[in-house]
Design a protein around this ligand. Sequence first.
Ligand SMILES: [Zn+2]
Length: 180
Amino acid sequence: MAVSKIITAENPLLRHKSKKVTRFGDSLHRLINDLYDTLENAEGLGLAAPQIGILERVFVIILPTEYDDKGKVIAPQERYTLINPQFIRMRGEAEMIEGCLSVPGYQGKVKRAVEVTIKGQDLHGKPVRYRAEGLLAHVLQHEYDHLDGMLYLDRLESPDNLWAVQPQEAEEAETQGRAI
Ligand SMILES: [Zn+2]
């Protein structure tokens, strides 16, 4: 297990545009494993390579297992690895509450597309395409922004849309208190 340090908003590396991945070998596979280990350790929903200081167009997402009120699994955990992603369709607009592992202790309200189609490559370079709505659509847009050096802070329409949170309040947020 290789948990990396997650860099935070004041680090200028988060403001760079990441480079396209052209080699799908061992070093990319190590990077992806490190991203998953770091994301699981931080109990987040998504993590982009620049958040661990690597300026490559790669991100990973873990949607947690969903349970009903009797504790029965209604949706198993889902994992998405995207390399060189590109949105090919974005539809609708909705405000959502977001947190970011690189902006600890805060949450904010931002507008995002409701439904997206994204294409990219998997860890072997094979083309992949996903259509997503709801939470997954929102996490995809947040992670994609990291690859272009953007943070959700840049999308706030007013400074009032950002607030400090205590860990227990974060539990109640729309993203289940998990930062992306
Ligand atoms: Zn983030």
